[in-house]
Design a protein around this ligand. Structure first.
Ligand code: FEO
Length: 177
């Protein structure tokens, strides 16, 4: 039998998602201070997406009658070695979150928690997209490392990272509020 309940594991993931949101705010603030508004906007938007992931998990725990824990906030540095570093950190973070979602999925299987397994399906798809997005952005910022205005132009021209609403996304706790 698994050592951990699914609710406890998902509460940990809620903390990870809020931490990812904080990391993206720090990255956005760094680019904003460097007068790179498109890169800043990209990360401000990603920060909101991560918060939304946490709110979906909160909604799920509420719906299945489990306790929700709101995590402490840890500080994040807004200083980076160069313009590529925030994207490298973001890519590592997204890969780590993918592994965390896979572990949650394995736990749901082990516990024969079919509701949890179904809930996690969307996050598996989302992580494929987010890792791919960050890999693309890393290519772009590394290619533009001498002049990040080229990355800014690319993001604007391609509407890079702008997503429409996803009707398959799980509901968030604050939806419709
Ligand atoms: Fe919610 Fe991109 O991890």
């Amino acid at each position: 039998m698994a050592e951990k309940s699914f609710a406890a594991a998902l509460n940990e993931q809620i903390s990870n998602e809020f931490a990812a949101s904080q990391q993206y705010i720090a990255s956005a603030v760094y680019y904003d201070a460097e007068t790179l508004p498109r890169l800043a906007a990209f990360f401000y938007r990603q920060a909101l997406e991560e918060r939304e992931h946490a709110m979906m998990m909160i909604r799920y725990l509420l719906d299945v009658g489990e306790q929700v824990q709101i995590p402490d906030v840890k500080s994040v540095s807004t200083t980076y070695a160069d313009g590529s570093e925030p994207v490298k950190i973001a890519l590592d973070q997204e890969k780590r979150v993918s592994d965390e979602i896979f572990s949650l999925f394995e736990l749901a299987r082990e516990l024969k928690d079919y509701r949890a397994e179904q809930f996690l399906q969307w996050f598996i798809k989302e992580q494929v997209e987010e890792v791919s997005l960050m890999e693309d952005l890393l290519n772009v910022v590394e290619r533009s490392s001498d002049n990040l205005l080229l990355a800014e132009e690319f993001i604007a021209r391609e509407s890079f990272g702008a997503e429409g609403s996803d009707p398959t996304a799980p509901p968030a706790a604050d939806e419709g509020e």
